[in-house]
Design a protein around this ligand. Structure first.
Ligand code: C5P
Length: 294
């Protein structure tokens, strides 16, 4: 019997994000290429009689431990069971990285194993969709083509472990308000999934071209500091693409191979001590598989 599991909850990055019509259920149709990074929260799960959540890590402060999405995920999976959950919150909150969704998805993956429930992927994905638009993608935590309101997914070949720098200026962004403030929508028929394998950063940048993120403009109007983050990334030597992820405020920079990303991350952190700056890489498909803790 497994006693303890450690499940990584990787940050989601929207490499592009196009928004279409607002649907009758209030959500917008969207189209996005999502990838996951080695920058992650970690969900620790151990057997217990009661369901309980503790938090730790840089961004634990102020996080709700009662109506947390992680607890809702556990209850949705098996309402009567207990588990001790420690959520190590390394990613900023309400940041466009799907952090809360990734945590809930990690809980679903981990508890399915810990409680030996043997739910198949389809069942986990259905449950995930009831918890939030980004949760299904985070259940996979693999490079995917995202449609619908976020729940329709096609798994794509993994991206190579390219260098990526994530920067969050420390503002929390309400996703719903950003969608509400949206004026210009690209629509959902502008892009198709990459036709050939993406082998390096140049392939990725030429695929993305000027696809962009439709939520960047409204988020920047609400939080002008996002513009400063983007400009700072763009000024860094070796940066070949800078863009906001999700509804913000986190922006990512893609870098040429070499020491560029590390150098940029160090400089940006030095110049902006209050920003969250992380140099990371795209995670491989094994990264989010629950690990047994001996
Ligand atoms: O699904 P989730 O709870 O993450 O969405 C938060 C809010 O973002 C929704 O209430 C909705 O206002 C907006 N949203 C949207 N269209 C989407 C996803 C989210 O309008 N596809």
């Amino acid at each position: 019997m497994t006693l303890s599991l450690r499940v990584r909850a990787p940050a989601k990055v929207n490499l592009f994000l196009h928004v279409g019509e607002r649907r009758l259920d209030g959500y917008h149709s969207l189209q996005s290429l999502v990838a996951f990074t080695e920058a992650c929260d970690v969900v620790h799960l151990s057997f217990a009689e009661e369901l309980n959540l503790e938090t730790s890590g840089r961004f634990a402060q102020g996080l709700p431990t009662h109506n947390n999405l992680v607890l809702r995920a556990a209850q949705a999976l098996a309402s009567e069971r207990g588990v001790e959950i420690v959520l190590e919150k390394n990613l900023p909150v309400a940041a466009g990285l799907g952090g809360g969704s990734a945590d809930a998805a990690a809980a679903l993956r981990g508890l399915n194993t810990l409680w030996e429930l043997k739910r198949d992927n389809a069942e986990l994905l259905n449950l995930a969709a009831t918890l939030g638009s980004d949760v299904p993608a985070c259940v996979y935590s693999r490079t995917a083509w995202m449609e619908g309101r976020g729940e329709r997914l096609t798994i794509l070949p993994p991206l190579p472990p390219l260098d990526i720098v994530l920067v969050n200026p420390g503002v929390t962004v309400p996703t719903r308000d950003v969608f509400q403030a949206l004026n210009m929508r690209s629509g959902i028929d502008m892009m198709t999934p990459p036709r050939s394998e993406i082998r390096d950063v140049w392939d990725l940048v030429s695929y993305l071209a000027d696809a962009g993120n439709d939520l960047e403009a409204p988020a920047t109007v609400m939080f002008p500091t996002i513009d400063q983050v983007l400009a700072s990334l763009e000024h860094e030597p070796g940066c070949v693409h800078a863009q906001m992820s999700g509804s913000g405020a986190t922006c990512f920079g893609l870098f040429q191979e070499g020491p560029w990303a590390q150098g940029a991350a160090e400089r940006l952190q030095l110049d902006h001590p209050l920003w969250w700056v992380t140099k990371t890489r795209f995670a491989g498909p094994e990264f989010a598989i629950p690990e047994i803790v001996i």
